[in-house]
Design a protein around this ligand. Sequence first.
Ligand code: GDP
Length: 304
Amino acid sequence: KNLDKGLSKTKQSVFQKLSRAVVGKSKVDDDVLDQLEEVLITSDVGVNTTLKIIERIEKRVSKDKYTSTTELNQILREEITGLLTETEHKDQNTWELPEGKKPYVIMIVGVNGVGKTTTIGKLAHKYKENGKKVIIGAADTFRAAAIDQLEIWSQRVDVPLIKQKMGSDPASVAYDTVASAQKQDTDVVIIDTAGRLHNKVNLMNELSKIKRVMQKVIPDAPHEILLILDGSTGQNAFEQAKQFTKATEITAMAITKLDGTAKGGVVIGVSDQLQVPVKYIGIGEKVEDLQIFNKTEFVDSLFS
Ligand code: GDP
């Protein structure tokens, strides 16, 4: 399966260590728990979430007199699944949109290099493939390269792009995009924004202006504020997520580049600590390498 392949590095270097940590042991003792803790931390689950998981397992293990390592595996799966938040979908594998929200407006936030442009291209492609009419707005006007790259992707997936020249007002681009979407009976609007975290006040002002201006056309826009994080940066991604949630409301996250990394555990930590659902995961550079996150499939894949 695609997902198994995408997560293979995390599986090999980390989650298979889990099995090794418990192999040959007939019961769950402190030694097993210590090893488990170490494996979770080295997989970038993060210290707080790891401690939470260990604590819960300790409770469950001491309740039962004797727990085999096979059962430990099952308990671990359950606890990890319980910590993950996914978005609610009628059907996880369809790209259906909520009713009464047309156009459905997705505002993209995240720092440069995390895979914003690629994820926008993939999203546009997926929605289009599922019969939706899509438009993209290049409201990251800070870098010319951002607009150019987005244009390449929009051509590749054959979806219109609204842009202005570099340095123009991002809110004006966003306005043009939603106005055009409304006129043309578009289903999905994807708005790119510049993620300059180092200037948080500017970032906050820029994002709130974009929102305000879009709301003149679509009063409940944006319907989704999607934070893109690079999973391969592990704890850095976690720090970015914390910073962004301080600067703006985030309704969902997309975690990219999980295919090239052993740090897939970051999905668990970020989801638990920020209480923001993971909605999409990126598992490759190609247009089809984006999936709607399904926590059961994710955990199954890690432990398979
Ligand atoms: P942006 O600066 O945030 O817009 O980042 P880009 O979308 O340009 O992506 C930066 C690099 O990451 C590019 O080389 C992409 O091909 C790569 N990339 C993006 N998403 C993924 C992913 O899920 N897996 C892999 N392996 N590479 C990715």
